[in-house]
Design a protein around this ligand. Structure first.
Ligand code: ATP
Length: 305
């Protein structure tokens, strides 16, 4: 395996009776890369992450992290990997600092790592507060702090921005980006929020019903979202029929609000406007737009949420 591949899965599957939670996944995450694992609820993200971490036994396939084959129960590689799986659990009766101290002893991090990580995650105001009394967002910060305490080479994070407010989300996004760019940390993170992943990840794997249906760079994602000409018109249904009949432009979609979306032939705006006006329709809007990435994701994973 090439040395710069930090996380790798081949034919990875986990079936629960008839439920194919993960159904044969191949993936490679390179050193210093932020890999976004995007999928709707129930698509298999958490199961994949548990498999990557050796927390559950695969039905089939194999995982390698930092060159070590992952076997359930064998934890040796995890001194070098920080992870966060689903709702983070800390010891609720212990303070933030005490929780981090336990983690420090488990991972062998130096004592100064506690204060450094508290500052990094902006937990200084809460350092002596019991974990159980923290807000959801700060619980999540504490979980991230535990994952980062030992300066890991790789991070495997399930929904890391869960529960954070918008400012917190931006902050964690910047922090993860910085760790990847400045320290070469490899980050694998899952999310069901496309905009989150699109802003952070270098590469995106879209998982649907246990399968990776797309593996693409951030640039690819922007390219694949469809461009369309938006036409505000007094009778969108008739306008679509006119485009088809008179100009051979097929596939125009009209929204319930009476707006026409023209995909094929979108560059023929002047012709389209002329035809509609000379046919007695009022044209109120004409602009070129990019299909929302969220729409692209929905289209790929089968319809509205
Ligand atoms: P979410 O975003 O809601 O957390 P997810 O993408 O993480 O979803 P998973 O939790 O991996 O999805 O679940 C994938 C599928 O596997 C779901 O249909 C789920 O019900 C099923 N599943 C997960 N764990 C088990 C289990 N222990 N036993 C049976 N089915 C399971």
């Amino acid at each position: 395996m090439p040395a710069d591949i930090v996380i790798s899965a081949r034919g990875l599957a986990k079936h629960y009776g008839p439920v194919r939670a993960v159904d044969g996944i191949d993936l490679d995450v390179h050193r210093g890369e932020v890999y976004g694992f995007l999928g709707r609820n129930g698509s298999g993200k958490t199961t994949t992450i548990r498999l990557l971490l050796g927390l559950i036994r695969p039905t089939d396939g194999e995982v390698t992290v930092l060159g070590a084959r992952i076997k359930p129960g064998v934890q040796s590689v995890f001194a070098r990997v920080g992870y966060l799986v689903e709702t983070a659990t800390s010891y609720p009766n212990l303070t933030v600092r005490e929780n981090l101290d336990i983690q420090r002893r488990l991972t062998g991090a130096p004592p100064r790592a506690i204060d450094e990580t508290i500052i990094l995650l902006r937990l200084d105001r809460y350092a002596d507060r019991r974990a159980g009394q923290l807000s959801l967002g700060n619980k999540q910060r504490l979980a991230l702090a535990r994952a980062l305490l030992n300066q890991p080479e790789a991070l495997i994070l399930d929904e890391p921005v869960n529960g954070l407010d918008p400012a917190g989300i931006v902050e964690i996004r910047k922090l993860l980006r910085r760790l990847a760019d400045e320290r070469g940390v490899t980050v694998f993170l899952s999310s069901h929020i496309l905009s989150e992943i699109a802003q952070l990840a270098d590469r995106i794997g879209i998982i649907h019903e246990g399968l990776i249906v797309e593996d693409l760079s951030r640039e690819d994602l922007h390219e694949r979202s469809r461009r369309c000409l938006i036409v505000g018109v007094s009778d969108a249904r008739r306008a679509a029929a006119l485009l088809d009949r008179q100009l051979g432009i097929t596939g125009a979609e009209h929204t319930p609000e009476g707006v026409l979306h023209v995909f094929e032939g979108r560059e023929r705006a002047a012709e389209i406007a002329r035809l509609l006006v000379t046919s007695g329709l009022d044209v109120t809007q004409l602009c070129l737009a990019e299909e929302d990435l969220e729409d692209y994701f929905m289209r790929l994973t089968g319809g509205a949420a």
